[in-house]
Design a protein around this ligand. Structure first.
Ligand SMILES: [Zn+2]
Length: 375
């Protein structure tokens, strides 16, 4: 892995590189932000760079430290995450030794998956929280390490999964930082951490990804084709993991609504259109409506490309219906139609009454696409 293999997050990468360059490394950092945007990846790369034998702002990727780090076999970097509770586990036990052979195998397999793909969340059966014994292990390990061995770094993934005992134990560690030890916490639920833990960490806020960043990543890392990548990015709400979890089926489901809406707008079944507008307008999920409008917009953009006989990255599943739409409405002013969706999205941001936004949109679309007005 390298900084450049992390999707987006340019601001955060620059900040971390400046921190490394300054040499003033805090003893604890909290990477926070929504799920699936690369917090773990950033923490891992930060840890790796701090331990690279070359000592630059980019991990060299070839020194023995980097190589072992890439498979998480570097002893100076320890991963902490939720584990199952062992049979008869008592305070002070080794958090891994108490597990069954099968559980240990699952843990190792999950770590290897994470090493290959830092966007994968570590998920182990029956692991519902981060155990106090895992946090105690940090203290034990830290106490054993010598400063000349380099920096000992503990990455606590999904730190909000610490139970109360584990949180209190970690708090003590943060209150009395151990020399040469750095803690990196990641979370998508910062509010669920003890405020006293948050206040003792340097905060690293991570950003939502842009559609373009997600689209590029899906094509480069996941081998997605252009049309699927674009649609998935639009539906992912800024999260790369969300985008990867979407199946073509999910995407088609969302688009089907859009196509149905267009059908009703352009057709004669007025009551059905009114029902759909009522249903959409009753939604309290503004983000969902915005996403829906963006899907409608991209559907119209695709149609415009077909109308202009330009290259359009269109899903195989949609090709036929879109081509017949363009054929049936040859005079359609699709640019104006796209602009009317744009206007609806802008009004949504300004908190205009939702029913009014959608009704206006339906009227505008009808006017721009057919000669026959809706009302
Ligand atoms: Zn290196």
């Amino acid at each position: 892995m390298s900084w450049s293999s992390i999707v987006g997050q340019e601001r955060v990468k620059a900040l971390l590189k400046r921190t490394i360059q300054s040499g003033r490394i805090a003893h604890a950092y909290l990477f926070y932000g929504p799920e699936g945007i690369g917090k773990d990846a950033l923490a891992i790369e930060f840890a790796k760079t701090l331990n690279c034998a070359k000592g630059g702002v980019e991990a060299c990727g070839i020194c023995p430290n980097c190589q072992r780090m890439d498979s998480f076999q570097y002893p100076n970097i320890k991963l902490v995450f939720a584990l199952p509770v062992g049979k008869n586990e008592e305070k002070g036990d080794d958090p891994i030794d108490v597990l069954t052979e099968a559980q240990v195998a699952e843990v190792q397999e999950q770590i290897q998956t994470k090493a290959k793909d830092p966007y994968q969340r570590i998920e182990i059966t029956k692991a519902n929280f981060i155990k106090i014994n895992s946090v105690r292990d940090i203290k034990r390990e830290a106490a054993m390490s010598r400063i000349e061995d380099g920096k000992k770094i503990f990455i606590i993934f999904n730190a909000d999964m610490m139970n109360a005992e584990a949180s209190n134990s970690l708090l003590k560690t943060l209150e009395e930082p151990l020399p040469g030890t750095i803690l990196l916490l990641t979370t998508s639920a910062k509010d669920q951490l003890l405020p006293t833990i948050v206040s003792r960490c340097q905060l690293i806020k991570c950003d939502l990804l842009s559609d373009a960043e997600i689209e590029t990543a899906l094509i480069a890392h996941d081998g997605a084709n252009e049309s699927i990548a674009r649609l998935a990015a639009q539906l992912a709400n800024g999260s790369y993991s969300n985008a990867r979890r979407l199946s073509v089926q999910d995407m088609m489901g969302e688009r089907k609504d859009v196509v149905e809406f267009m059908r009703l707008v352009l057709g004669k079944r007025k009551t059905a259109l009114i029902d759909m507008l009522d249903e959409l307008a009753s939604s309290t999920d503004r983000l969902g409506i915005e996403r829906w409008l963006k899907l409608l917009q991209s559907w119209l953009r695709d149609a415009l490309l077909i109308q202009q006989k330009a290259h359009a990255p269109i899903l195989e599943e949609e090709k036929q219906s879109m081509e017949s739409f363009v054929k049936n409405f040859q005079q359609a002013n699709l640019i104006a139609a796209i602009q009317s969706v744009e206007k609806a999205i802008a009004h949504l941001d300004k908190n205009v009454y939702l029913h009014l936004i959608l009704t206006t949109l339906a009227i505008d679309l009808r006017k721009n696409i057919t000669e026959v007005p809706l009302v």
